[in-house]
Ligand binder design. Structure first.
Ligand code: OAD
Ligand code: ZN
Length: 251
């Protein structure tokens, strides 16, 4: 059981083997929260945002594809782009990092990712800060929403309940995060013994602010990334999530 004193000791840790130290801290922790970004799904073939600056993001103006204005201006372009991403997701499978996280029913999972790979790896109660790409919802928020077939998603269409356009249930530039998800995520981060930060550049707020919330709550921040990205991390493990996360979490 990681006590507050031990947790604080972690801040002065100069571990010989950081992975072993992180493993031990995680094994002793009562409350572990995972906080993930696109790097968690990269090994499943889902392009990350920063990579994709040279990929499909570069082909299109991100603002035109992921904003209410862009959707109002050309709903078909936006729906076609999300359906392209849905097709990529339909062919993807959870990688060993998703499976290691999903196999731990004692963890709370907060993710910036809109994919359902954690759910498909049996994670329960995933908090999606930026929405869920496998769901369509009414743009006028009449409350109508429905899951789509990722392999054959519907073209642009109108809400069957109120006639407004239907759109992917994701958070766009300029939109706020879902209230209840944000509230639940900040409470979980503030009370965590360990925040396991996996595959995020930690540059998009308010989501990235959860790292500070957890640190101020006394959590040990363990980061897994190809490069050190979270300045607030106590332990920063460099390597692919698919290799490191199972080694951290599996007995
Ligand atoms: P980014 O593309 O900004 O960052 C991906 C991070 O994952 C980088 O730090 C990479 O080094 C790391 N990474 C890549 N492959 C990895 C691997 N195999 N194992 C471990 N780490 C790996 O994606 P996010 O941080 O998720 O917002 O971006 C945050 C938000 O920016 C997204 O949610 C999206 C975007 O604007 C919205 O859609 C609202
Ligand atoms: Zn509607």
């Amino acid at each position: 059981m990681v006590t507050r004193a031990k947790r604080n000791n972690a801040t002065s840790l100069r571990p010989v083997d950081e992975l072993e130290t992180a493993r031990r801290i995680l094994a002793e922790a009562d409350s572990i929260v995972s906080f993930s970004g696109a790097g968690l799904s990269a090994e499943s073939g889902i392009p990350t945002f920063r990579e994709a600056q040279h990929g499909y993001w570069a082909k299109h103006d991100p603002y035109r594809l992921a904003s209410p204005d862009g959707f109002a201006a050309d709903p078909k372009l936006v729906v076609d782009w999300y359906n392209h991403r849905r097709n990529i997701l339909s062919a993807a499978v959870p990688n060993p990092a998703h499976r290691a996280l999903g196999g731990r029913s004692d963890l709370i999972h907060i993710t910036q990712n809109v994919d359902n790979l954690l759910e498909r790896a049996r994670a329960s109660a995933v908090l999606h800060l930026h929405g869920r790409i496998w769901i369509d919802r009414c743009n006028r928020s009449c409350g109508y929403e429905e899951a789509v077939d990722l392999a054959a998603p519907p073209d642009r269409r109108d809400c069957p309940r109120c006639g407004s356009p239907m759109r992917p249930a994701v958070v766009w530039f300029g939109e706020s995060l879902p209230d209840a998800v944000w509230r639940e995520s900040t409470v979980a981060a503030a009370n965590a013994d360990v925040l396991l930060v996996v595959g995020t550049s930690a540059v998009v707020y308010p989501a990235a602010g959860l790292i500070d919330v957890a640190r101020q709550g006394g959590a040990v921040i363990v980061e897994v990334n190809l490069e050190a990205a979270s300045p607030g991390a106590h332990i920063s493990l460099t390597g692919p999530a698919g290799e490191l996360v199972p080694r951290l979490l599996n007995p």
